[in-house]
Design a protein around this ligand. Structure first.
Ligand code: IPD
Ligand code: CA
Ligand code: CA
Length: 274
């Protein structure tokens, strides 16, 4: 099967999932609870994951899946095989509170290399797609990153973990960004942050996230011309394209400057100190 055919099927599934998410929001009848102590999850997250998994099984029988709510076994990324990587609702907190930054994210990888990605935002009416080495699109139109040349003109996005203790060390990075860059956004859906770097409405993004949060969005960003990588080397044996710790994704010209800024912040060195 061609990558184009795979992508078309994944788009159809993501867009139908998006219609179901909109309907659930309109009807406003869903329960929510915490998983792992502090992570919000709604009935709709599980329903949408079930819908997507059933559809993938119908169209691609027997292919392995990693999905946030139903099959979240991260060891799946270590196997040399093909893998569907699904976040049924990226931006659950936004969904539950009625904010529009919500997305369905579906990627497909082969031997740890992401081949296709779709990120569909049902409330912003944006469907971002990419095929490896072929480019990236939003609603069928080719997209590219901004030509931002320096961090002081850059609009940067990030996010924070659910675990509140894990948030504090990130304040150093925040301080460095706020004192250097144009401004910061915490829009609440990592997959969309990456797509917005891809279409140039953001200039950079950094965060530590799970494979389902970024696999599709990172391919889309890279295919749109973004420079993608990690602040620190990835552990051996883990495919880089599925390793979500300390991601950095930017318009190409500011990557090195932003990397240096964040690394120095981690070491408690601030260029704004006089
Ligand atoms: C979250 C969002 C958020 C990011 C969190 C993710 P979820 O995903 O992508 O922007 O900051 O780290 O966990 O829980 O809404 O699928
Ligand atoms: Ca997510
Ligand atoms: Ca999710």
């Amino acid at each position: 099967m061609t990558l184009q055919t795979r992508l078309e099927r994944a788009i159809n599934i993501a867009e139908e999932a998006g219609r179901r998410i909109r309907k659930a929001r309109e009807e406003c009848q869903f329960d929510s609870r915490y998983k792992d102590g502090n992570e919000l999850v709604t009935d709709v997250d599980v329903e949408i994951d079930t819908f997507i998994s059933t559809e993938l099984e119908t169209h691609f029988p027997g292919e392995q899946r990693l999905s946030e709510e139903l099959t979240p076994d991260r060891d799946a990324i270590l196997e040399d095989d093909t893998l569907w990587i699904v976040d049924p609702i990226d931006g659950t907190v936004n969904f539950a509170h009625g904010h529009p930054h919500v997305a369905v994210s579906i990627a497909w990888s082969e031997n740890g290399r992401v081949q296709i990605g779709v990120v569909h935002s049902p409330f912003l009416n944006e469907t971002f797609t990419a095929i490896r080495d072929k480019g990236a699109w939003c609603n069928g139109k080719a997209i590219s990153t901004s030509d931002c040349q320096s961090t002081d003109a850059a609009l940067i996005a990030t996010g924070f973990p659910y675990d509140k203790d894990a948030r504090f060390p990130l304040l150093r990075r925040l301080r460095a960004i706020l004192s250097t860059c144009r401004d910061i956004r915490r829009n609440g859906a990592a997959a969309l942050d990456l797509c917005h770097v891809a279409n140039g409405t953001l200039d950079g993004y950094y965060e530590s996230v799970s494979p389902w949060d970024f696999a599709a969005g990172m391919l889309i960003a890279r295919e749109a011309g973004a420079r993608t990588g990690h602040l620190y080397p990835c552990p051996e044996g883990i495919p880089e394209e599925l390793y979500g710790e300390n991601l950095l994704v930017t318009a190409p010209e500011i990557y090195s400057e932003l990397k240096r800024l964040l690394e120095r912040a981690d070491r408690n060195i601030f260029d704004d100190e006089r």
